[in-house]
Design a protein. Sequence first.
Length: 228
Amino acid sequence: MPHQIPARPDGWQPRSSAVDTIVGHYRAAVAAEGKPDGSGELAALLLLAVVVGGGLWIYTGSVVLATVVPLVLAGGGALVVLGSQRPTSLPADVDVFASRGGAGTLPAGYLVSPGVWDLGMRQRTASVAGTHLQAAAQLCREYPGSVNGLLEFVARIDAVTDSRGAEGQPRVEQLVRAGAAALAGDGPAPARPARARPVSPGPQPPIFHQQSRMPGTTTQMHVSVGRR
């Protein structure tokens, strides 16, 4: 079941120019693919204005009236047409990072990034337990690997952590404490996390084939997530 995007109490967000460039590219591609240009409606308005103007000139003989009225009608209609256009939203099951291994291959910090949540991260975390997702959100800033690695790390921590814990302590807090200790080397670490792989533009998913390729697609862009 899809989850809501997890939040951190400190509001921290990852920063990576490489990932941000890819995200911006795909959002622009979706907007360009689905947004109507309104050219048909505007052409119909222009034709209607010409007909109305010609009729007024024939029946009234007033050039001013035959010019002003159609212009007002056409201008108002154009505003309505342009104002009613809305970009097409992203498909519910889209993962724009699928050709690179999926959104789970992004650096762990992107687990809490709204910018990628509807681009594949929601689908990646749909089968993750809620407690694991919340704990992973608290550990994502310190974890040096990918989102996939972080979620696996939390699952292994859950398996080796006593579920009773401290009396009255929520399970998420137990997992965060145990995970932080493991990352700091003060607790049992299931396995040393592997660092996230570099992210490169790569080939586009089928939905975006009509768009031009990004500049520099042969150059691999290394991702470094800023910490604040």
